[in-house]
Design a protein around this ligand. Sequence first.
Ligand SMILES: CC1=C(/C=C/C(C)=C/C=C/C(C)=C/C=C/C=C(C)/C=C/C=C(C)/C=C/C2=C(C)CCCC2(C)C)C(C)(C)CCC1
Ligand SMILES: [Fe+2]
Length: 531
Amino acid sequence: MENTDHLVESVVNVVFSKNRQECPEPIKAEVQGCIPTWLQGTLIRNGPGKHSVGEMSYNHWFDGLSLLHSFTFKNGEVYYRSKFLRSDTYNSNMEANRIVVSEFGTMAYPDPCKNIFAKAFTYLSHVVPEFTDNCLINIIKYGDDYYASSETNFTRKIDPQSLDTLEKVDYMKYVTVNLATSHPHYDNEGNTLNMGTSIGDKGKTKYIIFKVPPTVSDKDKNKSPLKSAEVLCSIPAHHLLSPSYYHSFGMTENYIILIEQPLKLDILKLATAYFRKVNWASCISFNKDEKTWFHIVDKRTKKPVAEKFYSDALVAYHHVNAYEEDGHIVFDIIAYKDNSLYEMFYMANLRKDLNQETTITSVPTCKRFVVPLQIDKKAEVGVNLVKIPTTATAVKDKDGEIFCQPEILCEGIELPRINYDYNGKKYRYVYASHVEWRPIPTKIVKFDTMTKQMLEWTDDMCWPAEPLFVPDPNGKEEDDGIILSSIVSSDPKKSPFLLILDAKTFKEVGRASVKADVHLDLHGIFIPDKH
Ligand SMILES: CC1=C(/C=C/C(C)=C/C=C/C(C)=C/C=C/C=C(C)/C=C/C=C(C)/C=C/C2=C(C)CCCC2(C)C)C(C)(C)CCC1
Ligand SMILES: [Fe+2]
């Protein structure tokens, strides 16, 4: 038992709580197997790499300071490097040798030694505090620029080659959003589409969809591509003082899908959180008795479709994909019964869960919703309006609203990725992390939505990150390409490595091991070399 406890502790430490050392100069990886010659470019990923500063620790894994890392592929060789994002948050914390900027799960108080008057002043100045720019979640491309992203109004431009931190960009200067997602979409014309929440602006709270064009005019060349952002549509929140939290959205060729779920921000609580000495996260709550609304926006008319679609209460962070089929919108998401995913990632719970071997209270479930677009005005109440092959249903209720129930595609997958060339189109394969009874990643899988079969990759004491698909430029089929996943190991004899799988067979084609302190990351992007 003691042995297992020790093992569990070392896994939690290696996977989640350890502070990492950056590796700013590129180092050459030791390659085993064979890297396809067409794979030329850089994989950049983001995630928390430092969980304490001085004597102070963050409460939550999603609070950790952003550590960027990259694997560069050049003629069969692989180079690794990593750098902490030099955000204002990072710099202020380092200077103070403690945590002085609040994160979502950790409220920080910059000046503990001040006298009572100075303290009162600090409190007041925090009515509108400067929010964190610790952008630890993903990498976003706007125009020709790359940005590390979080969900606040700040994002940080980075140099994708050196991983140096560049300008801090405030979304609020260009679109009125207090929060913006870290999971934008990219359309065929190269536009980046993203969504954010505007809280209380001119007395209204709304979700705003905005579009950033791929190129900027000559006169704006030296300015942020966000300067050319255009608001596509805004959707009023159901309640002025409690907009939904959302972490991503769906997009088909012609439509955008926003899930307004009953996981809600309480604006009044947020406004007083600092004084009440509670974290922002405690101002979000899930109400299992409320409905989940699906907003469908037509990109052509820039307006939401008139029908009201809803489902039972759910929590979703990641959309998998969405597409149109015979007058319906099909969208796949990873859904939970409650907000236990966020709870699970509190550092204290990570340790506790692993020790007690408790199961996750709500298993991530891949659900397919189908929304019919051409609804006959005379459609009868209680009749299923879905006309394509699926067990998902959509039924008109007595108030004329459409109640949707999903088809369950599979259980236990999270951090879904697809071949992005199929984004918005009918697709078949999902690549994801597989979650079993504890919050540590043991497997990555390929899930076939058609046959419901799963292929998996796993290895002893290896903890894989989100699997990312890179298409073979000469490929013909959806799964012609490779999967990249950065692997952390708790076996001291095994170096961390980048795993390369054949996406078709899910068999290992190679690994690139690095003698560096690699962290478990969240999300990232592959930038192919321009030929
Ligand atoms: C509210 C608000 C605010 C704040 C904000 C913030 C600060 C935010 C942040 C946020 C954040 C920062 C977020 C994050 C999120 C994340 C997520 C949502 C994630 C997810 C994940 C997952 C899902 C996972 C998975 C996994 C792993 C990783 C490993 C193991 C396995 C598994 C698969 C489980 C302000 C002040 C502005 C004001 C207004 C309002
Ligand atoms: Fe995410």
